[in-house]
Design a protein around this ligand. Sequence first.
Ligand code: XMP
Length: 544
Amino acid sequence: MNTDSQPTDDLSAGNQSVTSTTGHYRGEAQPLEHDQILILDFGSQTAQLIARRVREQNVFCRLVRHNLSAQRIREINPRGLILSGGPASVYAEGAPQPDPELFDLGIPILGICYGMQVACRSQGARVESADTREFGRSPCRIVDTGRLFADIPDELVVWMSHGDQVHDSGSQFVPLATTDTCPFAAVRHFDKPIYGLQFHPEVTHTDFGGQLLKNFVRDICGCDGAWSISSLVNQQVEQVRKQVGSKRVICGLSGGVDSSVVAALLSRAIGDQLSCIFVDNGLLRHGESKEVQDRFTSHFKTDLHVADARQRFLDELAGVTDPQEKRKIIGRVFIEVFRDEARSIPDADFLAQGTLYPDVIESGANPDGPAATIKTHHNVGGLPDELGFELIEPLRDLFKDEVRQMGETLGLPEHLIWRHPFPGPGLAVRCLGAISEDRLVTLRQADLIVIEELRLAGLYREIQQAFAVLLPVQIVGVMGDDRTYQDTIVVRAVATDDFMTADWFRLPHDVMERISTRITNGVPGVNRVVYDISSKPPSTIEWE
Ligand code: XMP
């Protein structure tokens, strides 16, 4: 489960993506001043989740390839290794294997599920298919508390998801925990610092999973737990200053959290050497354009360049109804406008962007990192290489929730930090059918009412994404003695962990009623409001 694959509402992943392949690869080359754990990724759905759980213990960690060489690991010098789960059977032909020398480095190792099986097998244990495949919650008994299970009760519920398991520990391993069907639910090697868990401590369904990981990274590996977002801010500020010297940096602002955090960080690091570009495409929600401008001129005093391209976007989108065509046009026009604006800023050598860690992992850009995974992209475009900027990506080690924490540390307002995701093409994909300024005004008014009412009801943070959609059909209604023929607004609100699947949010009826009444009374031209009760799949979150 890739819990961080949610879309960003920012330049980094929107249609307005400003990726440049000329950018220097930066992240992993930097020497680290803090302890770190490496997570060897054997193809687990939860590898990123393991990383987030480790970081919750104030310990930095990175995902790396499952077969990273022992020599490279020695160079990186991590405090510990976690071998992730994975879909293969260890004994299957072609199953992913780590460098066998890994187990003799003396670095503490925790194998999870497949990772445990690989570790145990490398030390002579026998791994076979279990009599019954085990998926879901299982009661587990601790038989040897030791350091791994310190401060954890003797009986707990754990989350299992496996077909194979260790059958015979080859007398190399001490059992630490068992379940009814799994005699080696947790093990420790007799004399090497190798531990294994057949269950998944990283998922919330496992009781005390956080404590278990804490015991491993803090006690067994000896990490000091000094990594924090505020220490990272200081480190990044220093790093950016060193990288940039006295040169100028351009940062694209979208109004979303990622690009705002990048700009706020750079403003702190290099002050007036920063120029921000905000492309106003006219497809933002109520008040957003003004807020970006106020924030990055008054609060953070940056050299803000606003490219007012509202009319240009409208003209280019005139009469276009196909959603993918809309996305393409918006991507292309954004690049053209951004490029022209960037050229008007003399002497800029760097381009800052809000690439996040999940993007780095999924792109396969890190030479030590796991292979690229195929991700469905809504987005097209990217700034052409001809601009020749060197990239600055201060968020490339961070997950989305860590970016939010960084935003808080840098003094960005709460409503911006916790704003629901907003797609790169903006209101264009919520104004179904052809786009016109009048229709955008209608949609903006309705959307504002939806969001205001959710905030008033205290529901905004419980819902991961909510918005209004304007349908391209006219509907019969009645007003006074007259029949009307007007627009319909759809209200969409979803609950989701990862935006890959989503459930429609059960809005209280009185909230629905207030939204409906305010929209039909207050938004000219709308006579009907409907609530979307579809889940994803089979539907999607957006309507286009
Ligand atoms: P769907 O509609 O595919 O959306 O269920 C999943 C998430 O992706 C967002 N989304 C986009 N984000 N550019 C983006 O940057 C796009 O073209 C785009 N289309 C959908 C959507 O808002 C939801 O959060």
